[in-house]
Design a protein around this ligand. Structure first.
Ligand code: NAD
Length: 272
């Protein structure tokens, strides 16, 4: 189940569950986290040039012994790398650091005003030349997506956005469902700041699960791809152990009702 996939709008299959590595130190720590995840059944890793740990991530991938083609690797072009030529260059740098010869998914990290349309043209080029299997965006509001799609011929496969029970992104989710753009959750655990919500804590007791597991299960049942971060093997395992129980429709609704539109990260409009 950990390797269950979603089918992206270009036909590529992506695991619905993966490891995030934001704020994971490069070198041995990043390598160990990635290796631990892959040894425990994870098949998707989410990094970015901004995280400055692509070398460690690449080391971990090789150390795991899992064949490259069985792993789904995502990276992202950072804000100061945007624009056509810069993006092509940033992509090469990411590949070189990771020690890979293609990426599975490349994302525009934030919708930098006046830049992301040109950046997207470079992404389309990378896609059409077979350097990356799928291209998408991150932190795009509906208006950014509309703007992008008006002026392009390849549709983004994914919008990776902050998403957790305090920020359920309902309008964006409906828009993405309608356009067949997959929603992906970053900070699905709200960086650990949501575990004592009574609704979640009570369900954890009921199912003999942890609050983290309840939230990740809610992601999966909502068909939102999720990439929780941990560097601790025990938590890496715990976070993935969410395929042996189901929340009821009523419980799914109770968790969604915790929404207060509260962000831990920036509002995408501040880059606009
Ligand atoms: P997260 O919600 O995944 O929280 C991670 C933190 O939660 C950990 O540092 C740890 O403190 C805690 N935690 C994890 N598992 C736990 C467990 N089982 N029990 C108790 N505590 C636990 O936050 P995140 O790292 O911000 O988001 C996940 C990933 O999303 C990132 O690593 C990164 O890959 C991606 N991301 C993308 C963007 C973007 O702009 N595209 C922004 C932020 C994060």
């Amino acid at each position: 189940h950990l390797q269950d996939t979603v089918t992206l709008n270009n036909g590529v299959e992506m695991p619905g569950f993966g490891l995030g590595v934001y704020k994971v130190e490069d070198g041995q720590i990043a390598a160990n986290s990635v290796e631990a995840a892959l040894k425990n059944g994870y098949r998707s890793i989410d990094t970015a040039s901004f995280y400055q740990n692509e070398r460690g991530v690449g080391q971990g991938i090789r150390a795991s012994g899992v064949p490259r083609e069985d792993i789904f690797v995502t990276s992202k072009v950072w804000n100061d790398e945007q624009g056509y030529d810069q993006t092509l260059k940033a992509f090469e740098t990411s590949l070189e650091k990771l020690g890979l010869d293609y990426l599975d998914l490349y994302l525009i990290h934030w919708p930098v005003h006046g830049m992301y349309q040109e950046t997207w043209k470079a992404m389309e080029k990378l896609y059409e030349t077979g350097n990356v299997r799928a291209i998408g965006v991150s932190n795009f509001h509906i208006h950014h997506l509309q703007n992008l799609m008006q002026a392009s011929h390849v549709k983004p496969v994914i919008d990776q956005v902050e998403y957790h029970p305090h920020l359920t992104q309902e309008k964006l989710k409906a828009f993405c469902d309608y356009k067949n753009i997959q929603l992906e959750a970053w900070s699905p655990l709200k960086r650990g700041r949501i575990f004592d919500e009574p609704v979640i804590a009570n369900m954890a007791t009921k199912y003999s699960k942890t609050p983290a597991q309840i939230i990740l299960r809610w992601n999966i049942q909502n068909h939102v791809v999720t990439i929780p971060k941990s560097t601790h093997e025990q938590r890496i395992r715990e976070n993935a152990d969410v395929f042996n129980f189901s929340l009821t429709d009523e419980e799914m609704g109770q968790i969604s009702n915790l929404n207060i539109n509260d962000r831990v990260g920036s509002n995408p409009n501040s880059f606009d």
